[in-house]
Design a protein around this ligand. Structure first.
Ligand SMILES: C[S@@+](CC[C@H](N)C(=O)[O-])C[C@H]1O[C@@H](n2cnc3c(N)ncnc32)[C@H](O)[C@@H]1O
Length: 292
């Protein structure tokens, strides 16, 4: 297993830049094929894997990526397995959200996300991450904020998520945090209910989870169940929680997701990163909260 210093492998760099850099000047869309190929590859993996795939012999290429978190002077490691598809890579929106959390912890007084991360009396912040992929965002949040974080994804992604959570267990627990790994399939109400037995989460995190039109509706349903409680199920209410989502705009059709979201949530831009070299857009961090 290779250990890399906070840089993507050459293959991954190419895959990420193919998917994320804007080449299509006619359509204001960036290389659709690269991401679609990655998605098809993931679907192929999903079909070929058991629900919770622990068969490490099928791993064809992997690397341990090293991330230094300046605010807590700690190093985190995540295992990436690009050959298994997009759930096993670290996407730029995740890196941007980790950087924003790092800057928040270093200086909360100038942080645009302070309002969402205020501590709770006598207990840790309870955070849920949707579509965690490698788990870097949730793991970093647990370590930086001493938070109790549930990282979630589709069943076939969980063995790598568990590996990454365990890999960083010491740093997380030294900082008073905790990470648990659970399946949460968007649009499946029983998955959400199973995770909310202890009450609503204070904060929901997500990075690069809006990319495929078929997933907009199930993701929205899950957000409603998590953040609006009874109202999401047709009754009235709000959990008071907020969804912080890091997003890199690729395709025009994504505005369909934001249109749906604005009907039920108050959606605000809380931070915008400068575009990566050669890209039209930078990562934007949005907050989604219950409308008053
Ligand atoms: C582009 S990746 C982003 C991964 C990670 N958040 C990051 O930014 O590095 C999208 C993630 O959403 C997950 N995902 C896709 N469809 C899903 C669904 N129906 N339910 C739950 N997770 C899903 C994928 O497995 C994948 O991990």
């Amino acid at each position: 297993m290779a250990v890399r210093d906070n840089t993507a492998s050459d293959d991954q760099e190419q895959q990420i830049s193919r998917a994320h850099h804007d080449h299509d000047h006619d359509h204001d869309e960036i290389d659709q094929n690269a991401l679609r190929n990655a998605i098809e590859e993931q679907e192929h993996q999903t079909n070929n894997n058991n629900d919770d795939d622990d068969d490490e012999s099928s791993v064809s290429s992997e690397s341990l990526q090293k991330h230094h978190i300046t605010s807590i002077d700690a190093t985190l490691f995540t295992r990436l397995i690009p050959s298994r598809g997009l759930s096993f890579q670290l996407w730029p929106a995740a890196a941007a959200l980790v950087n924003l959390l790092d800057r928040h912890v270093a200086d909360p007084t100038t942080s645009p996300i302070s309002n969402f991360l205020a501590g709770r009396p006598n207990r840790s912040l309870r955070i849920l991450e949707l579509g965690s992929g490698t788990g870097m965002v949730g793991i970093a949040a647990a370590a930086m904020l001493g938070a109790n974080v549930t990282v979630t994804d589709l069943p076939h992604v969980l063995s790598n998520l568990r590996f990454n959570a365990e890999q960083n267990g010491k740093v997380i627990s030294l900082r008073g945090g905790f990470v648990s790994v659970e399946a949460l399939r968007w649009g499946e109400v029983e998955d959400v209910e199973g995770l909310m037995v202890d009450g609503p989460f204070d904060l929901v995190l997500g990075s690069d989870v809006v990319y495929y039109e078929e997933l907009f509706e199930p993701l929205m349903k899950t957000l409603c169940w998590l953040l609006l409680g009874g109202r999401g199920r047709g009754g009235g209410g709000s959990s008071g929680g907020v969804f912080l989502m890091a997003h890199l705009k690729r395709w025009k059709k994504e505005s369909g997701f934001f249109r749906k979201a604005r009907k039920v949530f108050s959606v605000e831009k809380v931070h915008t990163d400068a575009p990566l070299q050669g890209a039209r857009n930078g990562v934007v961090v949005y907050s989604f909260a219950s409308k008053k």
